[in-house]
Design a binder for this molecule. Structure first.
Ligand SMILES: Nc1nc2c(ncn2[C@@H]2O[C@H](COP(=O)(O)OP(=O)(O)O)[C@@H](O)[C@H]2O)c(=O)[nH]1
Ligand SMILES: [Mg+2]
Length: 326
């Protein structure tokens, strides 16, 4: 495949258009595109893995996009190449994703050393996460050394992002609704770093108080890894405050994780988990497509309380396996 080979070379030489084309391929649901995308990823795999992978989460409005833009600009100014991706399972082709709202990242999107890709749209969270993860690998192959992934603060997408990055950063606002009780404990436990954003103007005093509260809360939690303790840092994305300190923390984290072997172990675990989630997703797709009428009937019967769910599942599985070539 000549075209695939030249696409590969163009990506490796850092051409944005080739990168965009490859991401489009990865995002396509067409079977032949998927085939090509997987072949391309296999070829590029040796050139991936060299970036710092960062996930940002927090309730909508906390300032993730503003922060990522300011942070991204500060990194490109230091000579880094920054890719910004998103996981937003709620985004649709017409509605646009959180990052589709380009007004907030206008400056970064004009930066030749930054590449911004909105969330893939449509489909299940699993599908959106796969496409983002593969886009991340393509960005790495294209030479981006810092990957920033923004997640919308709803449901499972945070966990999906936490499972594809090295470091998970939780952004909170000083008070403003997401107080201690409002934050899901589970998300707090996933955080490697907590950022209290909007520590500026009238909110500064509240931010300082919040930092104290969250620091105490973090102390009560089990550390994710033995080589790192999550801390709380203040920032103002709007004024560009705190960015340097947070970047320093990220570097300390990466060093600690690398030196202890924890980063390598984490990425291995993530890759294996990734394979299994793909098997799960694809099996379910095949399963659903096999006998949609029977599945629908079973769903009705289960909903109507005629057949127990577990019995229906066993029945459908038995049928499926009977009709599957060994
Ligand atoms: N005062 C203040 N406002 C901010 C800061 N960061 C973001 N904002 C504002 O908060 C709003 C939401 O920001 P946005 O980045 O879209 O939040 P996201 O939904 O988490 O991506 C916008 O009006 C921003 O201007 C900050 O550091 N200080
Ligand atoms: Mg946003």
């Amino acid at each position: 495949m000549v075209t695939l080979n030249s696409l590969k070379d163009d990506i490796l030489s850092g051409q944005r258009r080739a990168l965009a084309k490859a991401i489009t391929l990865v995002e396509s649901s067409r079977a032949d595109h998927q085939e090509e995308a997987q072949a391309l990823l296999t070829q590029l795999l040796p050139h991936t893995g060299k970036s710092v992978r960062l996930g940002f989460t927090g309730t909508p409005g906390v300032g993730k996009s503003t922060f990522i833009e300011a942070f991204g600009l500060s990194l490109t100014a230091q000579g880094h190449r920054v890719a910004v991706l998103a996981v937003d399972p709620s985004s649709t082709r017409t509605g646009g994703s959180i990052l589709g709202d380009k007004t907030r990242m206008e400056r970064l999107s004009k930066d030749p050393n930054a590449y911004i890709r909105p969330s893939p749209s449509g489909g299940t969270l699993g599908g959106v996460a796969r496409r983002t993860r593969e886009a991340m690998l393509l960005c790495e192959a294209a030479g981006y050394d810092v990957i920033l992934i923004e997640t919308v603060g709803v449901g499972q997408s945070e966990i999906a992002v936490a499972e594809m990055v090295d470091m998970f950063l939780l952004m909170l606002s000083p008070g403003g609704g997401d107080d201690l009780q409002g934050i899901k404990r589970g998300i707090m436990e996933l955080a490697d770093l907590v950022i209290i954003n909007k520590a500026d103007g009238d909110l500064k005093a509240a931010a300082l108080r919040a930092a104290g509260d969250y620091t105490s809360a973090l102390r009560l939690m089990r550390p994710k890894t033995s080589c790192w303790t999550a801390g709380v840092f203040l920032a103002s994305a709007l004024e560009g405050q705190g960015l340097a300190q947070i970047w320093q923390q990220i570097q300390l984290f990466e060093t600690a994780m690398k030196d202890s072997g924890a980063l390598d172990a984490l990425r291995k675990t993530q890759s294996k988990a990734w394979m299994w989630s793909q098997i799960q997703d694809q099996l379910i797709d095949i399963f659903r497509a096999r006998d949609p009428d029977k599945i629908q009937n079973m769903e009705h019967a289960v909903a109507a309380g005629i057949i127990p769910p577990a019995t229906a599942a066993r029945d459908l599985l038995k049928d499926f396996l009977k009709n599957s070539p060994k």
